[in-house]
Design a protein around this ligand. Structure first.
Ligand SMILES: [Zn+2]
Length: 301
């Protein structure tokens, strides 16, 4: 039996997934990232963890929170790492007999989710988390673009409201449809006098739950976020005409309630040129990166 270790290095923890050669996730676990300032210490810790398992690795596939170029991590702001040869460090620890892959974590999530939809067509993935990231997968391959910036959907200008984005510009998708954006939007609507039963607005889940119960302000907030998503999807659809768009991340856990609203707005926006697209909810949740990492090293491109 051959085994693949998927390793997802985040800002505060390292997630591991052990896959068999059939692509089944056999085990997954998490370790706290203690001394993260020194990449060599982290790589040694990863190698020690992998060596401690009963299953000898045939491949190790690593996800990192930053752009990757020519198998090197360029920059990871959450770790304060620059130009780190992750594969080189791991090879020195685990040897030449193991296959290695390194990829940006958002791209891995996109790949993990896209392959669940189709391995032939084009799939775009929107990660609706604290911010909004994403990725594009074409025929099972990650589309990175010239500088690795393909799929930065959070910064598409949807022409709604004028909230300032983390990037300094206004009206970006992220200011409305991320978890943080939805909270800002709801708070703004409260100042506009929309009635609500909520005393304090503090989380996206709270807003979505209240909207499902029929709370006027919350329903309006989710509806506006859905409209912003529909506008962003339209821009993407007109550009690359994908088969499907997959929504993942915390906000997407609103499920069909959100997807139906996005579908409705999308249909209304497409009165001229119609670009049909399937709207799909992500399947792998927190494990999307691990599934993507497995696929990435198996396909090796
Ligand atoms: Zn922005």
């Amino acid at each position: 039996m051959k085994y693949v270790y998927a390793v997802d290095i985040g800002g505060s923890s390292i997630k591991y997934g052990l896959f068999d050669e059939a692509g089944t996730l056999k085990r997954r676990w998490k370790e706290t990232l203690k001394d993260k300032t020194n990449p060599s210490v982290v790589m040694k810790a990863i190698a020690t963890t992998i060596r401690a398992q009963d299953e000898t690795p045939d491949a190790v596939s690593v996800g990192v929170p930053g752009p990757v170029s020519e198998d090197q991590l360029v920059f990871a702001p959450n770790l304060n790492w620059r130009d780190v040869d992750v594969i080189g460090w791991l090879r020195a620890e685990l040897g030449e007999g193991v296959r290695y892959a390194l990829e940006n974590d958002a791209n891995l999530a996109a790949l993990g989710e896209a392959l669940h939809v189709t391995s032939r067509g084009t799939v775009v993935f929107f990660a609706l988390g604290t911010g909004i990231g994403g990725g594009i997968v074409q025929a099972g391959r990650i589309v990175r673009g010239h500088h690795g910036a393909a799929g930065e959907f959070g910064h598409l200008d949807v022409g709604m409201y004028d909230f300032t984005c983390g990037c300094g510009q206004q009206s970006h998708l992220e200011t409305l449809a991320s978890a943080r954006g939805l909270i800002n939007l709801a708070r703004h609507l409260r100042t506009q006098g929309f009635p609500t039963t909520l005393k304090r607005i503090h989380s996206a889940k709270q807003i979505v739950d209240a909207a499902k119960r029929g709370d006027t302000l919350s329903n309006r907030a989710v509806d506006e976020a859905a409209k912003a998503l529909a506008k962003a999807v339209r821009l993407v659809a007109l550009t690359i005409n994908p088969d499907a768009v997959v929504f993942g991340g915390g906000v997407a856990q609103a499920g069909a309630f959100l997807l139906d609203k996005v579908r409705e707005h999308y249909a209304q926006l497409n009165t001229g040129i119609v670009v049909p697209i399937s709207f799909v909810q992500a399947k792998h949740g927190q494990n999307a990166q691990l599934y993507g990492a497995y696929a990435r090293v198996m396909r090796n491109d």
